[in-house]
Design a protein around this ligand. Structure first.
Ligand code: AVJ
Length: 320
């Protein structure tokens, strides 16, 4: 008697090494204190980010979704057949799940630094799509990384939605894209979402919403740091600050000290003056031309793109 294949019941999960305390300490002890945006994403941060995506002020998620709704068949046609969908910064995996019925991947590889959150999401998704082999990876993209051997190497499609590439300095974005290019075989490609430059009020409101969800998302980094370092940041002593830096074409998020205070951990401490800031995130905004040039210089010679009617956001498919 032979048993029929009933699909995959459980996704494989490959976790991440513990976060580096050293990297955080260097940033906190710098004259201009700063932390990498990756520290925004612990289990609470991932939920707050999902809430941000539902806010009326936060246009990127719904604008990108509307581009996919309008052009899905064109996009699927441009991509053609491929076998492995690699989702960079997958979070709740919802954006990729929308692609499954059109792209029919055999293998789905969601990657996120917030691995606990990702794990729950991918296990639910595996139940819905038992015929797709799923492997969730905890990875920190700010460090050198490669995919494990078990990830099929033919026809890889990298999916990097939401303009998350905006977190990289442009030179790092270039290096990251080059790396993706090197991880693609001849039939591989990259489907990426890019937030475009637009009026500053719209930009600013998206990062300083009326309900204060983005403020909570930003402040949560202090709780996360306390967890990693055993430090004693008092969240109440800080306020959220977001601005559009025109000369760098980026939104910046900062946390501003309400009062003078000294934060301590292990045998270390950092004194903050009232009004002093910790720079927690950059979110670069591109013109379409600049981004297409960046892709080209990273070795993705053929790009096709789709935008919304306001030209607020672009979805780009790039091939070797
Ligand atoms: C996940 C990096 C695309 O920059 O818009 C949202 C993160 N920060 N609100 C962005 C974020 C504040 C988001 N990315």
């Amino acid at each position: 008697m032979s048993l029929a294949f009933t699909g995959n019941n459980e996704a494989e999960v490959i976790a991440l090494p513990h976060p580096s305390q050293h990297e955080l300490e260097i940033g906190l002890l710098s004259d201009a204190a700063h932390t990498s945006p990756k520290y925004l994403y612990d289990a609470v941060g991932s939920v707050l980010f999902d809430a941000i995506c539902e806010l009326p002020e936060y246009y990127p998620t719904r604008t990108e979704a509307s581009i996919f709704t309008q052009y899905m068949s064109d996009i699927a046609h441009a991509i053609g057949p491929h076998s492995t969908l690699i989702d960079l910064g997958a979070g709740n995996c919802r954006k990729a799940a929308r692609l499954f019925p059109l792209l029919h991947p055999n293998q789905y590889v969601p990657i996120d630094i917030s691995i606990k959150y990702l794990e729950d999401a991918v296990q639910r998704l595996q139940q819905r799509f038992p015929y797709i082999e799923m492997t969730a990876l905890g990875l920190d993209f700010s460090k050198p990384w490669t995919l494990p051997d078990e990830i099929r190497s033919d026809k890889r499609l990298f999916f990097y939605p939401g303009s998350s590439i905006g977190n990289f300095e442009p030179s790092h974005a270039h290096a990251f894209l080059r790396h993706l290019r090197s991880e693609c075989d001849a039939d591989g490609g990259l489907l990426i979402g890019i937030d475009l430059i637009k009026d500053h009020d719209t930009l600013h409101q998206a990062y300083d919403d009326a309900l204060g969800v983005t403020a909570a998302f930003n402040l949560n980094v202090l709780r996360h740091i306390n967890q990693i370092l055993g430090s004693n940041f008092d969240v109440q002593q800080w306020r959220h600050h977001a601005l559009f830096n025109t000369s760098h074409s980026r939104i910046e998020m900062h946390l501003e000290a309400r009062t003078a205070q000294t934060v301590t951990w292990k045998n270390m401490h950092r004194h903050f003056l009232p009004g002093e800031k910790i720079h927690t995130e950059n979110s670069y905004k591109y013109s379409l031309d600049k981004f297409l040039a960046l892709l080209d210089s990273a070795g993705f010679g053929h790009a096709q793109y789709w935008t919304d009617s306001n030209n607020w956001f672009a979805v780009v498919y790039a091939k070797a």
